[in-house]
Write a protein that binds this ligand. Sequence first.
Ligand code: 0O2
Length: 240
Amino acid sequence: MDESENGLIGEFLEGTGDSFEKVNRFMELMTRYDCAIREVRTKFEVLNEELSYKTSRNPIESITSRVKRPMSIVGKLKRLQKPLTVESISENLNDVAGIRVICSFIDDIYKVADMLARQDDITVVQIKDYIRKPKPNGYRSYHMIVEIPVFFSEGKRMMRVEIQLRTVAMDFWASLEHQMKYKKESADRPDIAAELKSCAETIAATDARMLGIRKRIESLEKETEEGKDALEGSVKLFRL
Ligand code: 0O2
């Protein structure tokens, strides 16, 4: 968390208590979000480790996370016209804790998302599938809001975490699009928007082809294995 923004947050937050007290409560809440991120991150790391020895490849390429910056929290509460209090943050915002999971292939996204959703301490609050239904600008990603219990000294708290799952290719497009569009009005010009969308479609088609190639390789490997087993079976019979 950006330390210089922490002091400032007391000026913006309304509600009971002096500025110092509000900053302390805010910091405590942010620490809780950070702990929730760690819990969810560990779940993905465990799944990746298990799947990597079962399938001999890693479905997850990388995981990044962030706690939303104080000024972004204030900005979002203002935009939503919600009270600027510490309590209002957990009541009204679902994306204070965010995790981005970058997967190798499209089917890995659905596989790990489903495995996480089936864990009995996870409650899925919302799903937005921008892969099956991309945004009009071409953005693709699978978004989940989940709730997870985190055990603190004074008891259990249910914490919300936003998870974005994407392929390496989707992440390439989203990162560059974000970089180019951020606070730049010219990026909204129809010709530029159309070009960006066309790039997103090319990337999506390439993602689908890469998945097709992987599946072909897997079925060829399977045929070779079955061939070897059949040959070993015949050799054993011949020896008898
Ligand atoms: P940042 O800086 O990445 O955190 P909501 O969160 O519900 O108020 P929305 O738009 O309904 O707002 O949520 P949604 O659709 O789930 O998108 C939330 C996040 O997805 C964004 O967070 C981005 O990270 C990402 N995202 C959504 N649409 C786009 C897009 O068109 N391009 C790119 N590059 N990223 C996108 P933030 O808070 O907007 O930004």
